[in-house]
Design a protein around this ligand. Structure first.
Ligand SMILES: Cc1cc2nc3c(=O)[nH]c(=O)nc-3n(C[C@H](O)[C@H](O)[C@H](O)COP(=O)(O)O)c2cc1C
Length: 379
């Protein structure tokens, strides 16, 4: 099965990415992305007050601020169905390839990602859509692949959800076909367990070489193996920097066994104010107004069979504070200390959210980014 691009070593892949000027391969030690701004309530399951809304105008504004601040990525959550609770968390949401296409037109430098449930989309169609957004953005498109873990969501598409390991076998065939569509000029034939493709063509090819940056959030052994073999970044869930260090080392060593490497991304919301007192007051308020109903439902499984969500089962608070991610809470100085700790643990980028994306991104730009630069985390 394909690992990197046909005929390219990992070093050549990275060289091609850097020559394409891909932001996720720039020299910043801690890359930054805005995560979840395509879904109602973003990454925070709470009724706490915010100006955040799911309108196109607001969506563009968030992306334009992040672009101006030099963030590397806009990364959406793939969601077709709300998760219930009082907020019906994420129940209103924008489809992610078309979201990325719109943002590609509205921004200049930031990468625009789609997050795609691979079982919902034919790989030839997904490869073609991805190339189209790559051209609209002049080589700034990235693809985050998810295998689908939310049973009721996957069942919307007919049939039953595949058992866990089969999801990754399916994903491996899917991405092999997509990579061949992006890189091969001749008709592509492929026979596998799930696909029977005959004489398939896709033109034009991506602007970004050799194909769009690939991300996956596999956290189970099968997920880590898939990601280490096929992707540029593993997007991991972790409870603390020590766990981040272990997971990062594990997935990197799997990648090394395939004669390649990859970067590690984490995620979490930023809860930051000038003083510890103000930060604590905001944190308490978010939790007090939290949607505990959905947090309980998610932590009790939702039929997910998902390694990483089991890991965070007891952590309903973490769900409210940011989808089970690692929340960064504190003053600007404390946030930067925490970022430095994560960088030291092997995290190459944080995909972040806020209670109020527009207001707090601006604050982050004014108060946190300069300190990240001083700390050598960004230039
Ligand atoms: C950082 C992160 C982001 C994720 N984003 C999505 C998403 O947008 N949509 C989705 O259905 N699943 C998402 N997932 C779930 C993963 O795709 C995956 O199912 C989960 O991490 C379980 O890993 P496993 O399948 O290897 O057990 C995300 C998981 C993590 C850790």
């Amino acid at each position: 099965m394909t690992t990197t691009a046909p005929g390219l070593s990992y070093e050549e892949l990275v060289a091609a990415r850097r020559a394409s000027g891909v932001a996720m391969f720039n020299d910043n030690k801690m890359k930054l992305g805005v995560f979840g701004s395509n879904c109602s309530h973003g990454l925070m399951a709470t009724h706490a007050e915010s100006t955040y809304e799911l309108s196109w105008q607001h969506t563009q504004k968030i992306a334009q601020i992040a672009d101006r601040l030099g963030f590397e990525a806009m990364l959406p959550v793939a969601r077709y169905r709300g998760m219930g609770g009082e907020t019906n968390f994420n129940g209103s949401n924008f489809e992610t390839h078309t979201w990325a296409a719109g943002l590609a037109q509205a921004t200049e430098n930031i990468m625009v990602f789609s997050t795609t449930h691979v079982p919902t989309k034919n790989p030839i169609v997904a490869a073609k859509e991805s190339v189209t957004v790559d051209h609209i953005s002049n080589g700034r498109f990235g693809l985050n692949m998810t295998m689908g873990w939310y049973k009721a969501e996957m069942e919307m598409f007919g049939g039953t959800q595949r058992e866990h390991d089969a999801r990754y076998r399916y994903g491996s065939e899917w991405i092999t076909i997509a990579k061949r569509m992006w890189t091969e000029g001749e008709g592509v034939d492929f026979q596998g367990e799930f696909f029977d493709i005959k004489d398939a063509f896709s033109d034009p090819k991506p602007i970004q070489q050799p194909y769009p940056v690939l991300v996956n959030a596999g956290n189970s052994p099968q997920g880590l193996e898939f990601c280490a073999r096929e992707c540029d970044f593993n997007f991991i869930a972790f409870a603390d920097p020590e766990e981040a260090r272990d997971t990062a080392a594990r997935v990197r060593s799997i990648a090394h066994s395939h004669k390649r490497d990859l970067g590690i991304l984490g995620y979490g919301n930023i809860i930051c104010r000038d003083t510890e007192k103000e930060t604590k007051a905001l944190l308490d308020h978010i939790l007090e107004k939290g949607d505990w109903e959905v947090a309980k439902m998610v932590s009790s499984g939702l039929g997910s069979e998902s390694g990483s969500f089991d890991k965070i089962k007891a952590l309903q608070e973490r769900f409210i504070l940011g989808y089970g991610g690692y929340p960064l809470i504190g003053t600007p100085e404390q946030i930067v200390e925490q970022m430095a700790g994560l960088s030291e643990a092997g995290i190459d980028g944080m995909m972040i959210g806020f209670l109020d994306y527009v207001e707090e991104l601006q604050y982050f730009g004014e108060r946190v980014l300069p300190l990240m630069k001083e700390a050598g985390l960004r230039s």
